[in-house]
Design a binder for this molecule. Structure first.
Ligand SMILES: Nc1ncnc2c1ncn2[C@@H]1O[C@H](COP(=O)(O)OP(=O)(O)OP(=O)(O)O)[C@@H](O)[C@H]1O
Length: 302
């Protein structure tokens, strides 16, 4: 077995309360680069607001929006890589391209050395993604939803349930909550369950698209601690988009700032602060984008 895979197997075995299924260990290549994007572009056509028939959706006048514009970057294996940017800057599009949910118009993306266009099926086995709009069977409990996900990935029922309970407990969800219908719980709690679901299979690449947006401070801390724990104990690479600068600073090894689809800065949080000659990431963001961070947050809450 290649060295990197052995390390992954050992860590997964060490850290999960219940033994991992062999399906937990996708056969990724022995490479130190998790993701390599080269000159990636993606554009969309959007209805022009105010044009005569823009309310008619696809029948109305359209304009091209360059959501991702010649993005080149490398994400190293095992790091938490942050993507920060104002609303509509292209963060989610970039994540969806990396996770094979969208095809690039041009440029290439490789995940563990495999091209996302040619090897999308294989790559999907390595990835799990958490987005702000996670969908569930709302009449079922968190455990039932997670058991269902575990079955899809081939985990035996009992093992799936044990693992679900272990992760939910780590995320601060009591047993009684874990067994009551999801529709009776807050959005924050449902978001935690979405994160638990993404971690059920110990994926090697975890895409966290604003995982703590809308969570109360305690839930946010639980999730952040768990993400840090996963990083420390698993051979998992994570891409994190967030609007929380403290979170980016606390969790991310490196951060890319994206604006209008372009990467305009990329470094460690400390490196970015040094480049901008400031001691706050908010200020770094302002220096590079010209956009005040408070404006981004106000825009988000609208
Ligand atoms: N499916 C789509 N159809 C049309 N336009 C889209 C589509 N997806 C994204 N866009 C546009 O692409 C641009 C980038 O959107 P994206 O969702 O990637 O930004 P974001 O940085 O994730 O924003 P936010 O922080 O608000 O989630 C925006 O102008 C958005 O309206």
């Amino acid at each position: 077995m290649p060295k990197m895979l052995e390390k992954h197997a050992e860590k997964a075995a060490e850290t999960t309360v219940c033994p991992s299924s062999p399906l937990d260990l996708p056969q990724v290549s022995d490479t130190d680069i998790a993701i390599c994007c080269e000159a990636v572009c993606k554009s969309f056509f959007e209805p022009v607001e105010g044009s005569r028939s823009w309310r008619n959706g696809f029948l109305g006048e359209k304009k091209r929006v360059q959501a991702v514009d010649h993005v080149s970057l490398e994400v190293r294996r095992g790091e938490i890589f942050g993507v920060l940017g104002p609303n509509g800057s292209g963060k989610s599009t970039l994540i969806r391209l990396m996770s094979t949910l969208l095809l690039p118009d041009s440029g290439t993306i490789q995940v563990f050395g495999k091209d996302v266009v040619q090897h999308h099926y294989e790559i999907r086995h390595w990835i799990n993604r958490v987005s702000v709009e996670a969908s569930f069977f709302k009449k079922l409990s968190a455990v039932e939803n997670l058991r269902y996900a575990a079955r899809i990935y081939g985990l035996p029922v009992k093992q799936g349930e044990e693992k679900a309970l272990h992760i939910l407990k780590r995320l601060g969800i009591s047993k009684s909550k874990a067994y009551s219908p999801l529709e009776t719980h807050s959005r924050g709690m449902q978001q935690k369950v979405a994160i638990a679901r993404a971690l059920m299979t110990t994926p090697v690449l975890i895409l966290l698209d604003e995982p703590t947006t809308g969570l109360d401070p305690k839930s946010k801390r639980d999730v952040q601690q768990y993400v840090a724990e996963v990083k420390a104990t698993h051979d998992a690479t994570m891409i994190l988009t967030t609007h929380d600068m403290d979170e980016a600073e606390k969790l991310c090894d490196r951060v890319a700032i994206i604006d209008r689809g372009k990467i305009i800065a990329l470094d460690t949080p400390q490196g970015l602060k040094e480049q901008a000659g400031t001691d706050s990431l908010e200020e770094v963001f302002f220096r590079f984008t010209g956009v005040d961070w408070e404006e981004v947050l106000a825009d988000e809450s609208r």
